[in-house]
Design a protein around this ligand. Structure first.
Ligand code: PLP
Length: 428
């Protein structure tokens, strides 16, 4: 479209103003009928209505996988793939070779098998969906055995017992909260057993008198094992990630299905991935829930591009933002922090951050950050002002200062954060 055409395409003042005013006045009328007595600036509220609700946020929290901020930013290649898929048509469910109907699952299955060693794989909407689909397909109408130490809750209401109930499988609890042995599983296996579920306690750790069964002996019991590893570590290169279960290990052990997220440590789009034995994955594909839980084309495009980067693990660590941030070296962080301090009038101090997203809960990432003196209004007021800008800036409050962590900012972000801080300073 030419610039002239775009200009002509602007709505008339009347059309825009009338539609916004109608919506705003209707909302206010309802508030007043409901007994509201406060004073509000309707013009300002009308202005807010015209701004997008889903806004850019500059993540200066240092939390790399921040669920409230949309988890993983995408690699450049994945962003480009999303743009291509969004802009036009694609062979999403078309077999280009014979012109017949294809399956959306085919676009990532080869890569998933290549990277994990599995016989088969599919992707669905998210990992919660992946677990639901796996238990429904493998153990629906039958029993599922789970260690009492793994009846876990992941943020946002994902609870293993509730997911099993939704998957129409009867939960059989074995062991105790802190110790479960192989014999506990063996004793629980019977004619009605459909599967064993093993769930990684992603966001907490148990210490001390603890015993769990490793994936290998579990897979030798002759019952399909669904191993929910959560984060999906595909690259062995990063020492930081050694405490997270690697997908390839569970596949090699013989798990029927291994489930993991696309947007945690994998660093891709929101997605749930299932890899494992051909028969088990086929059962998942054929289950009616697969259609309800399917992945959309934009996420699929991003996932394919992200997985492709993993073919070269060194490139993955460089190009996938989550991995790059986790492995950022001190010099790089220092340089960014100094630049941000210069741009904001803050001071470079040392602090520690967390990975977030229910991964590596014990890992502390230390590094240089920028501390802002909050002034007379205090930290909460400064943090609120920074959040209200566009783009919004989110930091954290630590020992009487608002701290801006540069680990989760790009070089370009640093300039935007500095501008946002200066804009707030002028208003104060
Ligand atoms: C995060 C997580 C889930 C849920 O994954 P989503 O992609 O957020 O749906 C399920 N299981 C485990 C072990 C997890 O860590």
């Amino acid at each position: 479209m030419t610039r002239e055409a775009r200009l002509r395409g602007l709505p008339s003042v009347d059309r825009l103003a009338v539609s916004v005013a109608r919506a705003e006045l209707a909302a206010r009328r309802e508030e007043l009928v409901g007994g509201a007595t406060d004073d509000v600036d309707l013009v300002q509220r009308a202005g807010d209505r015209l701004r997008p609700r889903l806004r850019r946020v500059l993540n200066a929290t240092g939390v790399v996988i921040h669920t409230n901020l949309g988890r993983a930013p995408l690699a450049g290649g994945a962003q480009a793939a999303v743009r291509r898929a969004a802009a036009g048509y694609s062979n999403l469910e078309l077999d280009l070779a014979d012109g017949g109907r294809g399956s959306r699952h085919d676009h990532v299955e080869g890569l998933l098998c290549e990277l994990t060693g599995a016989e088969a794989g599919i992707a669905v909407n998210n990992c919660a969906a992946a677990v639901l689909l796996a238990v429904a397909a493998l153990a629906g109408g039958r029993e599922t055995i789970v260690s009492r130490g793994q009846l876990i809750e992941i943020g946002g209401g994902f609870r293993i017992p509730e997911i099993l109930a939704q998957g129409q499988t009867r939960l059989v609890e074995v062991g105790t909260t802190n110790r479960t042995r192989l014999a506990d599983y063996t004793a629980a296996i019977g004619d009605a057993t459909g599967a064993i579920v093993r769930a990684h306690p992603s966001n907490f750790r148990q210490l001390g008198f603890v015993e769990t069964v490793e994936i290998e002996p579990l897979c030798r019991l002759g019952v399909p094992v669904i191993d929910d590893v959560g984060s999906g570590v595909l690259a062995d290169e990063l020492d930081l990630l050694v405490d997270e279960p690697a997908v390839g290990r569970s596949v090699r052990a013989g798990a029927a299905v291994v489930t993991f997220s696309g947007d945690k440590l994998l660093g891709g789009p929101q997605a749930g991935i299932l890899v494992g034995r051909r028969a088990a994955i086929d059962a998942c594909r054929a289950h009616p829930l697969a259609r309800a839980l399917r992945i959309d084309k934009l996420s699929l495009a991003a996932l394919e591009a992200t997985l492709a980067i993993y073919r070269d693990p060194a490139a993955a660590v460089r190009e996938i933002p989550v991995l790059a941030m986790l492995s950022a070296d001190r010099d790089e962080l220092e340089r960014r922090a100094v630049r941000l301090a210069e741009g904001t009038g803050g001071a470079v101090i040392d602090a520690t951050a967390r990975v977030g997203g229910g991964a590596l809960p014990l890992l502390e990432l230390s590094g240089p950050v920028v501390g802002l003196d909050p002034g007379p209004g205090g930290c909460d007021a400064l943090a609120a002002s920074l959040r209200s800008g566009d783009p919004a800036v989110l930091g954290r409050i630590h020992r009487g200062r608002v701290v801006l962590d540069v680990r989760t900012l790009t070089d370009a972000d640093v300039d935007d954060v500095a501008a946002a801080v200066r804009a707030v300073a002028i208003q104060r």
